[in-house]
Design a protein around this ligand. Structure first.
Ligand SMILES: Cc1cc2nc3c(=O)[nH]c(=O)nc-3n(C[C@H](O)[C@H](O)[C@H](O)COP(=O)(O)O)c2cc1C
Length: 237
């Protein structure tokens, strides 16, 4: 279950660069608190902005947070007193109201794998929630990025934003850093907006935690599965 690129490359010989970064990347959920300079993080975002976008509209807006700002955000979210399972996704819905089919199975498999690694039993709801709450502190990362998009834009631009996000995670991977994309912030946009200056025309889409992985925390040993090609690939000759 360790993050290990080799099993995910069909032929690891001679493959480096992007293929290796894609295969090796996995979400990091515990970080060393320091070790990344703001200038290095800015360079990653600058490169990530080479992402393609329809009409080259470049619809992403990024807020780069260091530890003091991260702590202010985490405190503000906790001060809402709204637990994540009760939080309202009122600005945009990431997930469907009801999970179904394979999506539901995969989501549950992720939860089971994560909690098994952490020794959290099925009924230990408090421990599960405590683990989830670590999101709000960007899992202790030295750098947090909040991403927003203009609410006047359409679904197409959200795809573009996704490409930017993926670039960030791969560029972090290339540098030997870890990252985690986090939708968990979205329902708390009201508490976060005034702290970082997100305007009413912007939708808070997600965060990205960036930093050096804490190698001693078992949470970072999670290696998620992927469905076999047959479940999602149709060859049309
Ligand atoms: C848009 C998006 C939002 C996510 N939100 C969260 C989150 O709030 N908290 C979290 O721990 N992981 C979050 N993840 C990480 C996913 O759980 C993870 O990508 C997935 O389980 C696959 O695992 P991997 O990233 O290790 O390959 C998110 C991922 C994406 C792409």
């Amino acid at each position: 279950m360790r993050c290990d690129p080799v099993p995910y490359l069909a032929d690891p010989r001679g493959i480096g660069g992007v293929a290796e970064a894609v295969a090796a990347r996995c979400s990091t959920r515990a970080f060393a608190r320091s070790g990344i300079e703001t200038a290095e993080a800015i360079e990653v975002l600058r490169l990530a902005a080479r992402a393609p976008s329809g009409g080259n509209m470049q619809p992403w807006q990024a807020y780069l947070l260091g530890r003091p700002a991260i702590e202010r955000v985490a405190t503000a979210i906790r001060a809402t007193g709204v637990a994540p399972h009760k939080a309202e996704w009122d600005d945009y819905r990431y997930y469907p109201e009801r999970f179904f089919g394979a999506y539901d199975q995969r989501r549950k498999a992720l939860g089971r794998a994560l909690y098994a690694l952490l020794g959290i039993e099925r009924r230990e709801v408090r421990r599960m929630r405590a683990q989830f709450d670590r999101n709000f502190d960007f899992f202790g990362a030295p750098i947090g990025v909040l991403l927003t998009i203009d609410r006047g834009l359409e679904k197409g631009s959200w795809i573009d934003l996704g490409m930017f996000v993926q670039n960030v995670t791969l560029l972090a991977q290339e540098r030997g850093w870890g990252s985690c994309v986090q939708a968990a912030f979205a329902p708390y946009h009201r508490a976060i907006r005034p702290l970082v200056g997100i305007g009413p025309d912007e939708v808070l889409v997600c965060g990205i935690a960036i930093g050096h992985p804490d190698r001693h925390d078992p949470v970072n040993d999670l290696r998620t599965e992927r469905a076999p090609n047959a479940e999602w690939l149709r060859l049309v000759g």
